[in-house]
Design a protein around this ligand. Structure first.
Ligand code: 5GP
Ligand code: ZN
Length: 107
């Protein structure tokens, strides 16, 4: 989607440094980190939220969570998916938060 910031980031249009990239997803640092480590796992295709996401894609994204944490020796972490405005979703392109270290529990 042309006006979606996470589409632009995932397409490489913003010059964002990726912690991880494969054919399905990119992982990059959150702009306003709520923990020592705060990464976002973002699919390369535009999917609004978890309700719009196929079971196959969410499976692949969770596999990326496991891979990127393992590769970076992040053994203890929290994952968050905000779905819908009332739940605190601000960017309407599906993303999985990965938080580790000192985590602000209010996220
Ligand atoms: P949500 O509230 O939708 O679950 O989370 C959106 C997250 O995206 C927030 O934690 C926010 O800091 C992050 N974010 C929003 N815009 C950008 C951006 O342009 N770059 C990066 N790296 N993170 C962003
Ligand atoms: Zn998008």
């Amino acid at each position: 989607m042309s006006d979606c910031i996470f589409c632009k980031i995932a397409n490489g249009e913003m010059g964002t440094e990726f912690v991880y990239e494969d054919e399905t997803a990119v992982v990059f640092k959150d702009l306003n980190p709520k923990a020592d480590i705060h990464w976002l796992v973002v699919p390369k295709t535009h999917v609004q939220d978890l309700n719009e996401c196929s079971d196959e894609l969410i499976g692949k994204l969770m596999a990326v969570v496991k891979k990127v944490t393992k590769e970076n020796n992040v053994n203890s972490f929290r994952t968050v998916i905000n779905t819908g405005k009332d739940a605190g979703q601000e960017v309407f392109h599906l993303h999985i938060h990965i938080l580790s270290g000192h985590v602000n529990k209010s996220l």
